[in-house]
Design a protein around this ligand. Structure first.
Ligand code: PGA
Length: 309
C-alpha cells in the first residue's frame, strides 16, 4: 500500500467533517481536488473509505480503521514538529497563534510588541470566531489561543489576563445617549444588529438577556465587529461589542456607549492551550509576555454617552 501524508491529511479532514465541501474549505482546496485525493487513496488502499447514503457520507469499516491510524500519525508528526521547534530555540522558533475575531483588536499589538524583542520568531496569526477556536483546540491545530470563556469539556490550561467588557453601542445623537442607568426594559423597544451564531460575543449577549428576562429584537446578523459598528453608525440598530473594538470610533465620536443597567457584561480574555501541549520556547515566551503585559496593551476606554473624550 502506497500512501502520502498529503492524502492522509485530506482524508482526515473529510472524515472529521463527513463532507467534501467543508474539507475543501478547511484545506483551501477545490472540491474536485479533494475528491481526487480520496479516490487515489482508495485506489491504493484497495477498499472504499466512505459510503454515501442519501446526501450524507459515512466512513466504511476500512475508513474507520484508517482514521484511527491517521490520527495517531498526525499526533506523532505534531510532536516531531514541536520537538524540532524546541531545538531551534527562541532565535528561530515559530509561533502559531489563533485569536477570537474580537481579540484581533489587540492581538496584533501584542504580537508587534513581542516581536520587537524576538525578531527571529516567525509568527502566524489566525483570526476566527469562538466556534472556529473550539474546533482548533479540539483538533490540536494551534500552539495557543486567545479567547473569552474557555470551554469546560476539553482538558485545557487557561489563564485570564485582561477584562473584556461588552457594551451597548448606538449612533451619536441617539436619544438614549444622554440618559444614565437606562433600564433594560427600554432596550426591548430597540432593534439590535448581532454577530453570527458561533461568536462568543453573540453567546454572551444572548445569555445575558435570557438571565435578565429581557427579550430584545434582533435585526441583521453580521460576521465581524467592524460590520456591526458600521451598521450601528448607519442607524440600523443598536449593537453589543467588546469595548476593545471601539478605540477609534470613540476617539472620532462615530459611536457612543450607552449607560444601560447591568452593563457592561464583564468577560475576560484568556490565553489557552491543550494540557500536555509541549510549548516551543517561542510559544512559552509569548505566553509569559501576554500574562505579564497583556492587560497594559489597551487604553482605558470606558466612558458613556454622547460626550466621549
Ligand atoms: P467572538 O469572541 O469574536 O467570537 O465574538 C469573543 C469572545 O469570546 O468574547
Amino acid at each position: 500500500m502506497h500512501l502520502t501524508l498529503r492524502q492522509l491529511k485530506v482524508f482526515e479532514s473529510v472524515a472529521r467533517h463527513l463532507g467534501y465541501t467543508r474539507a475543501a474549505e478547511e484545506l483551501h482546496l477545490t472540491q474536485p481536488a479533494v475528491s481526487m485525493q480520496i479516490k487515489q487513496l482508495e485506489d491504493s488502499v484497495g477498499l472504499p473509505l466512505f459510503e454515501k447514503m442519501g446526501k450524507k457520507i459515512f466512513l466504511t469499516e476500512a475508513g474507520r480503521e484508517l482514521y484511527g491510524y491517521s490520527n495517531s500519525i498526525s499526533r506523532q508528526l505534531d510532536e516531531v514538529d514541536e520537538v524540532i521547534e524546541g531545538l531551534k530555540g527562541l532565535e528561530r522558533g515559530r509561533l502559531a497563534i489563533s485569536v477570537a475575531s474580537t481579540a484581533n483588536a489587540f492581538a496584533t499589538r501584542l504580537l508587534a510588541a513581542f516581536s520587537k524583542d524576538h525578531s527571529g520568531v516567525t509568527v502566524s496569526l489566525d483570526v476566527t470566531n469562538r466556534r472556529g477556536l473550539l474546533s482548533q483546540l479540539a483538533n490540536n491545530e494551534a500552539d495557543m489561543v486567545i479567547m473569552g470563556r474557555p470551554p469546560r469539556d476539553l482538558d485545557l490550561v487557561t489563564e485570564a489576563f485582561m477584562d473584556n467588557p461588552l457594551v451597548v453601542i448606538a449612533p451619536p445623537g441617539h436619544p438614549l445617549g444622554s440618559e444614565r442607568n437606562i433600564p433594560l426594559t427600554r432596550l426591548q423597544n430597540e432593534t439590535f444588529v448581532v454577530r453570527e451564531l458561533g461568536s462568543g460575543t453573540r453567546n454572551a449577549m444572548e445569555r445575558f438577556f435570557t438571565d435578565q428576562g429581557i427579550r430584545v429584537t434582533t435585526g441583521m446578523e453580521m460576521t465581524s465587529n467592524e460590520a456591526i459598528k458600521q451598521a450601528v453608525e448607519a442607524g440600523l440598530g443598536l449593537g453589543i461589542v467588546s469595548i476593545h473594538t471601539l478605540e477609534l470610533e470613540l476617539e472620532t465620536r462615530r459611536i457612543c456607549v450607552l449607560d444601560a443597567e447591568n452593563f457592561p457584561i464583564l468577560r475576560h480574555w484568556y490565553v489557552v492551550h491543550r494540557r500536555g501541549k509541549r510549548l516551543s520556547p517561542a510559544a512559552q515566551a509569548f505566553k509569559d509576555y501576554v500574562l505579564a503585559e497583556g492587560d497594559k496593551i489597551m487604553p482605558t476606554l470606558m466612558t458613556f454617552g454622547n460626550s466621549q473624550p
